[in-house]
Structure formats: C-alpha cells, structure tokens
Ligand binder design. Structure first.
Ligand code: PEP
Length: 241
C-alpha cells in the first residue's frame, strides 16, 4: 500500500564479496531510519545468499524478473513459486530493459504481474515512454496502455507502480520533478489513491529530494546509484516522510 519505498535495481552487477560489502554499508547507513521501506532487487544467483544476509534486518529483497509460466519446459526461466519459496517480497515486472532488449510484450508483462500476485509477492510494475513518444506527446497514451493491459487481467491490489521514462534510465538525464508529478498523478488516477507510485530514471543524491517532494511521488526505483553505498543511503534518507 502507499508508503515510502526506495528499491535498488542492481541489474546484472555484483559478485558475492561486493554484494556483502554493499549490503553491510547500506545496513549501517540506514540503521534506525524510519518512514521509508528499503529494498534491493538482486540477480537470481545471489537471491538465496542475500536473503540470508538480510534476514532480520530492515532491508527487504526482491528479484528483477520472473517467468509468466507456473512450471514446465522453459529453460533458463524462474517461476514466481520458486521466488516465493525463498521468501522473496518484491519482483520487478516490465522493466524497460526487458521490454526493449528481450521483446517483452504488454501481454507477457501482464501475465508476469498476475503470476507474482498469485504467488503472494509484490510486483513493482514499470511503465514508461521513450523520448520519441514523449516528443510526440504520447506519454499518457503509452503508460496508460501499459498499465491497462495489466488491469484488464488482474486487479492492482497492493502492487507498486514505477514510472520509469525510458529516456531517463541510465542516461544521467532525470525527469524534472514536475514531469514526474504530472505522470504520477495521471497513473494514480488509474489505480487507487492508496497505491505506491515510485519514480525511476537517473535518481541521484543530488536530485532525489526534489523528486520525492512531489505529492504523488512515493519513492524511487534506483539503478546505477543503488550500487554505490553512500549514494543509495543518501537517496533512502531523502525519501523519509
Ligand atoms: C532502473 O534501472 O530502473 C533505473 C532507474 O536505472 P538508473 O537509476 O540507473 O537510471
């Protein structure tokens, strides 16, 4: 439900030693912090180990992808039930890198979302427009369509919505707080006033506070900056209520 959330998306980075060092630094840096939930979404091979390292701490953990299928001959895939069995809380669904690099369709994203919900976990559904679509004034049409495909299949429940403009991801070019606010308000009207709507796209310690100060921005999905302990800690602190 609505509340402050900062989730790190480690993407395909890290190793066992660097993961542990990063988690230890972040745990120390956010110790005692209230008013914000902190999570990290880590690569599949590290999930079990990270789960153990985070047990009993204030940091939740999640996955970056999931199969839309329950089980079967899907080589290389990981089901929602497998993640749930390890106590996974969050699963990123429909990240633009999955949509763009791996051709995930709206229908596939909707099926993944439904699988995560059915397994009792919290999907973080990513929606966002390309620069070309923004320039053509199609932002609302695009994010509205991406969200509608999910809502046609499943109710949004307690899932998290992440507005991630494709042109802002990993580019160093973030949406302005006003641009984020405009899209967040539009998205919130399509779900529920109680839905957590977070922003992702080049969030850094320098711009986090201004973005999180917008009334419809409930936190962030953080890529590059989540790999740098001090940056991630500062971003989590900026999201406190
Ligand atoms: C992301 O991968 O979801 C993301 C927002 O990346 P970055 O913060 O690096 O732009």
């Amino acid at each position: 439900m609505r509340g402050r959330l900062v989730a790190g998306n480690w993407k395909m980075h890290g190793n066992r030693a660097s993961n542990l060092a990063l988690l230890n630094s972040v745990l120390a840096g956010i110790a005692g912090l209230e008013g914000v939930t902190c999570a990290v979404c880590v690569p599949f091979p590290y999930l079990g180990e990270v789960a153990g390292q985070l047990k009993g701490t204030s940091i939740a953990w999640g996955a970056q992808n999931v199969s839309e299928h329950a089980q079967g001959a899907y080589t290389g895939e990981v089901s929602a039930a497998m993640l749930a069995e390890f106590g996974c809380r969050y699963v990123i669904v429909g990240h633009s890198e999955r949509r763009q690099l791996y051709g995930e369709s709206d229908a596939q994203v909707a099926a993944k979302f439904a699988a995560v919900m059915a397994a009792g976990m919290t999907p973080i559904l990513c929606v966002g427009e390309t620069l070309e679509e923004r320039d053509a004034a199609r932002t609302e049409a695009v994010v509205g369509r991406q969200l509608s495909k999910v809502l046609e299949k499943t109710s949004f429940g307690k899932a998290v919505l992440a507005y991630e403009p494709v042109w802002a991801i990993g580019t160093g070019r973030n949406a302005t707080p006003e641009q984020a606010q405009e899209v967040h308000a539009f998205l919130r009207r399509k779900v529920s006033p109680e839905t957590a709507v977070i922003y992702g796209g080049s969030v850094k310690p320098q711009n986090a506070a201004a973005i999180f100060a917008m009334p419809d921005v409930d936190g962030g999905l953080i890529g590059g900056a989540s790999l740098v302990a001090k940056d991630f800690i500062d971003i989590v602190k900026a999201a406190r209520t």
